[in-house]
Design a protein around this ligand. Structure first.
Ligand code: G6P
Length: 629
């Protein structure tokens, strides 16, 4: 998705903005641009289609020099990826704006401006906002000539925000308000980077770690003004000045570098033992899950829970699917799991005492956030069928201060640290660990043998994952069998079905091979027709109670000449043969097996993508954090 960086400093800002854009590349984008106000009081701009490197080349030819500037990476929504549609957009060469999100009512506003004589340069919704703010600014300016107010950028932005519908984070500067940047957020994240005698805005704290580790996470509806005179001024949605806490970023800056690894994705796969240990830290005591893990008030709420609704998108949704098996088996709680984009538009019937859970790495995914708001809107009311509102809302999330955590009653933070690869890896497995903690906390019987055994297994999980990572070499070899294929099938049963789905998703995301996952029992109801020597079939087969059934499904594949790749526990009696390759996965408690089996599938998709030469960390058309619907 789009990214924003803005800087107001006493030094030249081109380098700060460019570095910020590079740090935002992981979010996925298709063009980039920058504008600064130069010493002559004029806006100078450079934009390029494609990667930030293309913009950098242009800046080498024509550097931008100024002590105030804004920059952007764009992920096309309105209008194709092109230089002309890239941000910043200008109005009369005096105002520059960068914007994330979508302005839903831009068409009538555009017509209004055109009737007023404005000629548009781009196809974007953003350019409409540029002209609206500029017009509001000038009207105030002319009022000033009449003895009225001064040209007030903050007031002009506010007046414009009143007219636009949709989601946005934006940053605006004006040549006639030369030492000010105004930012605003509604529906898309924006943070203020607090420096020493210099301040910044960005859509993601990571973009600014080279200049500060102190951040203010703006809240919904906040407008902020950075200026030399007053530093940082924040105004809440009601227009009143607001105090927002300054947070110190605690993950250090190492996340922004690949270190010894060729790709962020590989680094993040290898970080999993450590980040899972970090996610468990302080949450286990002796043989049970600490009551304080989910925050104040959680116990009283959990004691009343009779059902669970889980809502998420993408990889996070697959984590929710695993949790359904756990919650039903271990806690006896009926559980429904749904993708947020469907949930939010459905007439959901909420049974009595239902806990609403969202899962999200970023905490900013537009559909998940909208689903939470929809769930909350029903919290205290009976629906027309007599259904109740939700008992409470819980977010399992990886980004502190994100919208989802702020707007939920309870939050459990995963400790994956910043995830840069677009294809989610460590965020997923830490979500699974958090969901196991939730499952154990929601059980009515607590402190029994099952809990003790699982807590022990959780403690041992980082070591098991370390051994699973040792499969890297054999998996790299195996990947050769996939690189030339156009399709692949993934099979699993029970908790391993969502893992098969996740394995297939990883493969399509980064290697662009069409991959599908099926519960193994569904094989003969359709997908078996596709099986032949050109269709590799991956089966996830830990030594659990469904194994015998899975084995007969595998025979069905072999009988049709399909090439089989089985990830299985050492105890599984399967011998490699011509069209059957078996890879042994370290043994673990069967309930935690989905976490362990995820790693070899991540490694498989990684190595296939490397062989195919695709852009592993920034796959085409995809974005890290989808902040538009
Ligand atoms: C995008 C990302 C996925 C991610 C999904 C949900 O599609 O590319 O990796 O799983 O969004 O993101 P969230 O931040 O809500 O977990």
């Amino acid at each position: 998705m789009c990214g924003i960086v803005a800087a107001l400093a006493a030094r030249n800002v081109q380098g700060i903005l460019l570095e910020g854009l590079k740090r935002l590349e992981y979010r996925g984008y298709d063009s980039a641009g920058m504008a600064v106000l130069n010493a002559a009081g004029e806006l100078a701009r450079q934009r390029a289609k494609g990667k930030v490197a293309a913009l950098e080349e242009k800046l080498e030819q024509g550097a931008l020099t100024g002590r105030i500037g804004i920059a952007h990476t764009r992920w096309a929504t309105h209008g194709k990826p092109s230089e002309v549609n890239a941000h910043p957009h200008l109005a009369r060469e005096r105002l520059a704006i960068v914007h994330n999100g979508i302005i839903e009512n831009f068409e009538p506003l555009k017509r209004e401006l055109e009737a007023d004589g404005v000629v548009f340069e781009s196809e974007t919704d953003t350019e409409v906002v540029a002209h609206l703010i500029d017009r509001a600014f000038r009207h105030r300016d002319s009022a000033n000539q009449d003895g009225g107010e001064t040209g007030d950028l903050l007031a002009a932005v506010r007046a414009t925000l009143d007219r636009i519908d949709g989601a946005y984070a934006l940053a605006v500067m004006h040549a006639d308000a030369p030492r000010e940047i105004v930012g605003a957020r509604k529906g898309s994240p924006l943070v203020v980077g607090v420096g020493i005698d210099e301040n910044f805005l960005a859509s993601d704290a990571l973009a600014l770690l080279q200049v500060t580790d102190r951040f203010i996470y703006l809240q919904e509806g906040d407008v902020v003004r950075l200026s030399d005179v007053n530093g940082i001024e924040i105004f809440a949605a009601d227009g009143q000045p607001a105090e927002r806490p300054v947070h110190t970023y605690e993950h250090g800056d190492s996340a922004a570098s690949r270190g010894e690894y060729r790709h962020f994705m590989l680094k993040e796969i290898h970080e999993q033992p450590a980040v899972i240990a970090a996610t468990l830290e302080g949450r286990l005591s002796g043989s049970h899950v600490l009551e304080s893990s989910f925050g104040v008030g959680a116990r009283a709420l959990f004691d009343q829970v009779k059902q669970v609704h889980i809502v998420a998108c993408g990889t996070s949704y697959h984590a929710g699917m695993v949790a359904r098996y756990w919650l039903e088996k271990l806690a006896g709680l009926p559980t429904q799991v749904e993708v947020a984009s469907e949930y939010r538009y459905r007439e959901v019937v909420v049974p009595e005492n239902t806990l609403f859970v969202t899962l999200s790495q970023s905490g900013e995914t537009a559909d998940t956030l909208a689903a939470l708001r929809y769930a909350k809107s029903r919290a205290d009311s009976l629906d027309e069928h007599g259904g109740q509102g939700y008992l409470g809302t819980l977010a399992i999330c990886n980004v502190p201060g994100s919208s989802l955590t702020r707007e939920s009653d309870l939050a459990l933070m995963t400790q994956a640290g910043p995830e840069i690869g677009v294809a989610s890896t460590k965020a997923f497995t830490t979500q699974l660990v958090a969901l196991m903690l939730l499952t154990l906390s929601l059980r009515k019987t607590r402190g029994d043998e099952r809990e003790t055994a699982l807590v022990q297994a959780l403690r041992g999980l980082p070591a098991v994952l370390d051994s699973a990572l040792a499969m890297d070499g054999p998996i790299a070899q195996l990947s050769e069998a996939f690189a030339e294929k156009h399709h692949a099938l993934f099979l699993g049963r029970g908790t391993q079905f969502p893992i098969a789905l996740e394995g297939a998703l990883k493969l399509k995301e980064i290697s662009y091979i069409h991959a599908e996952a099926y519960p193994a029992g569904e094989l003969k109801h359709g997908p078996l027709a596709l099986v032949d020597a050109d269709m590799p079939v991956v089966a996830v087969a830990p030594n659990d109670e469904l194994l015998e059934k899975l084995k007969s499904n595998l025979q069905e594949v072999r009988a049709r000449g399909g090439e089989l790749f089985v990830f299985a526990d050492e105890g599984v009696a399967l011998t490699a043969a011509d069209n059957l390759r078996v890879l042994h996965v370290p043994p673990v408690d069967e309930l935690l097996a989905p976490i362990v089996y995820t790693l070899p599938l991540q490694l498989l998709s990684y190595h296939v993508a490397v062989l195919k030469g695709t852009d592993v960390d920034q796959p085409r058309n995809l974005a890290k954090s989808v902040t538009v619907e």
